[in-house]
Design a protein around this ligand. Sequence first.
Ligand code: NDP
Length: 327
Amino acid sequence: MFKGILIEKDDAGYRAAVRDIDDAQLPTGDVTVRVSHSTLNYKDALAITGKGPVVRKFPMVPGIDLVGTVESSTHPDHRPGDAVLLNGWGVGEVHWGGLAQKARLHGDWLIPLPAAIAPLQAMAIGTAGYTAMLCVLALEKHGVKPANGEILVTGAAGGVGSVAIAILAKLGYTVVAATGRPQDADYLRQLGAAEVLDRAQFTSPGKPLGKERWAGAVDVVGSHVLANVCATTQYRGVVTACGLAGGMDLPATVAPFILRGVTLAGIDSVMCPRAERLQAWQRLGTDLDMDKLGTIGHEVGLAEAIPLASRLLNGEVRGRVVVDVHR
Ligand code: NDP
């Protein structure tokens, strides 16, 4: 038996609770992992609260991230005792995930824990931080250099935003943070933001084009915020879009794209090919100041993760939440 969060949906309703789970209930897979830590991402919060259609099979163990040690394996790449890491691939959505003490997974989904990153650090980074790195890689791929100008990060005090600021600042970019939490301005400056803006200036319907400012952007908010970011991006600038914390819609015009050659680069971490994941994690090992993870991450136990999910969706949780599944 092992402990895990189980989400159930039946005539009694939608609910998530910590349960004792029998090993025999684990799904099929060729690698069994003793999980040490998982995380609470935006998507996990949607799954736990039922506020978004994340879970597509019940009962479900949520948790799109996990780190742990291989207990048994018939996969050629993984041996008992190996430290492994997983992000996405539908885990916590259609396949039991990381918010439990044990997981059975497909070995192709697992990557070795990079030598430069400790298990706890890997979860302080988690899918949010790995997605932030995918955004940075996309900016680089499209030729955005520190000398080109300022990079805007929206949803700055959240998980993706916090890690994006830390990476971009370390790489020498001038980072501007947009947040709805002015009280967290010192936190954002500590991570490396040169300027902190009130997100209110981006949240209302704007003009098709505004004054050109951003050489690049990392947007986690979507909706009017993304539209306004595109409208104020410099000629040939690049906007990476990875989130919908402010809404799924995109009330924009094509003006920034056809008149200023702005690139809108979509970022998906879930099905991202293995080679790019390995590159992202390798770059996290070199281009993220691990000391900053102490400021970004905070740790909770399995049971605490459940009430925290609603608070995270309300934008009340700063940085990243690491879940010690043995606490
Ligand atoms: P967090 O909840 O940690 O952060 C989201 C931040 O967005 C909040 O902290 C807040 O920042 C801001 N925000 C929240 N609500 C609103 C709103 N109504 N209007 C404007 N800003 C808002 O989530 P994550 O950082 O983990 O994830 C951010 C988004 O990215 C989510 O939508 C998530 O689903 C998505 N995501 C996508 C991935 C992909 O593969 N494409 C992978 C990982 C995440 P502040 O308080 O600073 O304003």
